[in-house]
Design a protein around this ligand. Structure first.
Ligand code: HH2
Length: 264
């Protein structure tokens, strides 16, 4: 899954693709580099990011989705917590709603997801984006994230979302201490995969990579670590990795797959 942020303030690529033509060119490049699907976002979820009004978020993502839809078959996901944005995105041709709030942000999130009939990514987050990194706490991070995701999948199905439309995501970096929570969660990733839904893993360029690497690397210098986590995820059985650097990650995954399944 290639990331296309149409935002001025995303943590690693904010402002680069805010212009419609630049966003479209970037998205097409990610498809050419081997992305199987694209995740289009119009609101940053980084800690302290400014909230974006619904109309503004729609104005950022919908024209891009419509333009992409007319020129390619690649499935499109919309990264939003707002049901109205998901609705507009699906009308424009998106087939997946990636919701970092796991359909908890709005009272009608669950019912709108069921009504849209699209695929849905339910991501774990402790707290809300603005304050989530203040003091995250877990007694058992793997168990608590797995229990939360299982409960959200149940809630989605109870609201009418089909089981085969549901994806789960452990939410690396969302209300998690860089080292004490993200690393054990990745270590125990197979417990999330064992829940029986396709798992999406998003670790690309995140701060914990810099922290493990001695805290020296800026977001755009975390490619090696991002690939390491993507391969770890593949080994654990995740169905997709959400990344900024598509060409390099695709090459790494192809090599991993060729070694993991020789002769296939
Ligand atoms: N991470 C980010 C945003 N959306 N969605 C899912 N399902 N999983 C993730 O790990 C995830 C996500 C953060 O990355 P990015 O989009 O690059 O930054 P920002 O939120 O600042 O736009």
């Amino acid at each position: 899954m290639g990331v296309v942020n149409v935002t001025p303030d995303s943590f690693s690529d904010g402002g680069r693709h805010l212009d419609a033509a630049a966003a479209l060119a970037h998205a097409r490049r990610l498809i050419a580099e081997g992305a199987d699907l694209l995740d289009i976002g119009g609101e940053s979820t980084r800690p302290g990011a400014a909230p974006v009004a619904e109309a503004e978020e729609i104005a950022r993502v919908v024209p891009l989705i419509a333009a992409l839809r007319s020129g390619s078959e690649a499935p499109i996901s919309v990264d939003t917590m707002k049901p109205a944005v998901a609705r507009a995105a699906v009308a424009a041709g998106a087939s997946m709603w990636n919701d970092v709030s796991a359909l908890r942000h709005a009272p009608d999130s669950l019912t709108v997801a069921a009504e849209l009939g699209c695929e849905v990514v339910l991501m774990h987050m402790q707290g809300a984006p603005a304050t989530m990194q203040a003091e995250p706490h877990y007694d058992d991070v793997v168990g608590e994230v797995a229990d939360f995701l299982a409960a959200r999948a149940e809630a989605a199905m109870a609201a009418g979302v089909a089981r085969e439309k549901i994806w789960l995501d452990p939410g690396i970096g969302f209300g998690k201490h860089m080292i004490r929570h993200n690393l054990p969660l990745l270590h125990g990733l197979e417990a999330i995969v064992a829940l029986g839904f396709p798992v999406l893993l998003g670790a690309s360029r995140k701060s914990f990579i810099g922290a493990v690497d001695g805290g020296r690397r800026a977001a755009d210098q975390r490619l090696g670590g991002s690939i390491a986590v993507a391969l770890w995820g593949a080994q654990a059985g995740v169905a997709a990795v959400r990344v900024h650097d598509v060409a390099e990650t695709v090459q790494a995954l192809r090599l991993w797959a060729a070694i993991a399944k020789p002769g296939v």
